[in-house]
Design a binder for this molecule. Structure first.
Ligand code: PLP
Length: 426
């Protein structure tokens, strides 16, 4: 058996893998630069005076086949814009998964609504439709569906529940650019789709976001106004109709976004091809990749897999440390080793001053965020291995990744020795 890198042996991955953190894993170049120069030379850096944000919105709407796209500052802002549009009453409830970014929950709390966590499906790790249904109360107003890791959630079941209970559906597609559910683009199935263009996403503008929809106005609000200080600019003059932030995207972000969007299909196809190849290389081993559901196209924001802890001589955390030492760009558990509700902002109600709002408002639902509220999610956070993914992996990188994973598994696999004792071969 080869000596592990964590024990001083040679690394399975020579050099570093392409990474979303820099040019090794991001395709940013001449097209983006040309767009940026145009904006800089124009002197118009705001959508109020320049054309790029509008152009980016129209191009995005066209690629998604929707009526409206509103460009915003980041993915959290996109989700906040959607929740502002819904205009919940303080104490109303919005259901979400605990396996997502805090950016999914922040907008709910910012509007003084209560985040209600439904558990996840153990296979896909997406929000579980049965758990959503169990958590519905007369105060439930919406479901935010994160297509986690880029793999579509079970939208037929979720949309059926939403129709039965008259709930608004926000799709969080931050990790799911150009993912398809039964032939339909994720983000176009619910009422509103929200995207992030943060550094690690399939296409990036550094930070950035987009809200897409086929409806313009509801709940007494116009979607576009929800990220624009509730200013009905088309009327001329100044007016502010309700409480809303300024989440404008800049012309610089939009310029980069336009160039990135032209290459998005290519980025996504390359991510999928690399993931499929790694899955092939790991076939027949103890590695259980998290794959898209049949009938869907998942787009691999991360490449995630599970291992059976009962077959390992070490806790998964030690396995991940050994993988990282071999050169794998990965970590354990998403959003971390605990689900979203166990971070201080939610668990300890660290919100507005010392008030604890919305969790301490009178008559609101009170979940115990210190408990194992969502047991499937708790286990997933403890046991899932996540690897950062990019569109720039080549065959040699994938071969080396598979080698690294199998080397570490081989070292940490429980083996039965001739004396019948269960021990490690390491
Ligand atoms: C699933 C999910 N939702 C929301 C967000 C928030 O996006 P941003 O970081 O652009 O605010 C992210 C990105 O990190 C995400 O991955």
């Amino acid at each position: 058996m080869q000596k592990l890198a964590i024990n001083g042996g040679p690394r399975a991955i020579d050099g570093t893998l392409p990474s979303f953190r820099n040019a090794s894993g991001r395709t940013l170049g001449g097209e983006e630069v040309a767009e940026l120069i145009e904006v800089m030379e124009s002197g118009s850096l705001s959508f109020l005076v320049g054309p790029k944000t509008g152009e980016f919105e129209r191009a995005f709407a066209e690629r998604y086949g929707v009526k409206t796209a509103v460009a915003v500052a980041n993915g959290t802002a996109a989700l906040h814009t959607a929740v502002l549009y819904l205009n919940p009453e303080p104490g109303d409830e919005i259901i979400l998964s605990p396996v997502t970014d805090m950016g999914t929950a922040i907008p709910i709390m910012a509007q003084l609504a209560i985040p209600v966590f439904a558990d996840i499906d153990p296979i896909t790790q997406n929000i579980d439709a049965a758990s959503i249904e169990k958590n519905i109360t007369p105060r439930t107003k919406a479901i935010i569906v994160t297509h986690v890791y880029g793999h579509p959630a079970d939208m037929d079941a979720i949309m059926a529940i939403a129709a039965r209970h008259d709930l608004f559906v926000i799709e969080d597609c931050a990790q799911a650019h150009l993912a398809y559910y039964k032939g339909r683009l994720c983000g176009t199935i619910g009422n509103v789709g929200c995207f992030s263009f943060q550094q690690s996403k399939h296409m990036t503008t550094g930070d950035g976001g987009m809200v897409i929809t086929n409806e313009e106005a509801r709940f007494g609000r116009v979607l576009r106004q929800c990220s624009d200080k509730a200013w009905p600019r088309e009327r001329g003059g100044r007016d502010h109709l309700f409480l809303a932030p300024n989440y404008h995207m800049t012309e610089l972000q939009a310029a980069v976004g336009l160039a990135q969007l032209r290459k998005l299909d290519q980025f996504v196809a390359a991510r999928i091809a690399a993931a499929d190849r790694l899955t092939d290389l790991l076939a027949g081993t103890d590695v259980q990749p998290i794959l898209p559901m049949p009938g869907t196209v998942g787009v691999y924001f991360f490449y995630c897999f599970r291992l059976d802890p009962a077959k390992l001589s070490q806790p998964i955390i030690e396995v991940v440390k050994a993988l990282v030492a071999e050169g794998i760009d990965g970590f354990i558990g998403y959003p971390g080793q605990i689900p979203l509700y166990k971070y201080p902002v939610i668990r300890d109600h660290k919100t507005f001053g010392t008030s604890g709002w919305p969790f301490t408002l009178e008559g609101v639902r009170r979940d115990d965020f210190n408990s194992e509220l969502c047991p499937v999610a708790e286990a997933a956070c403890r046991e899932t291995v996540c690897m950062w993914w990019t569109d720039r992996f080549e065959e040699k990188h994938l071969q080396q990744m598979a080698e690294a994973i199998l080397k570490v598994l081989d070292a940490y696999r429980l083996a039965e020795h001739f004396d019948g004792e269960v021990t490690t071969r390491a």
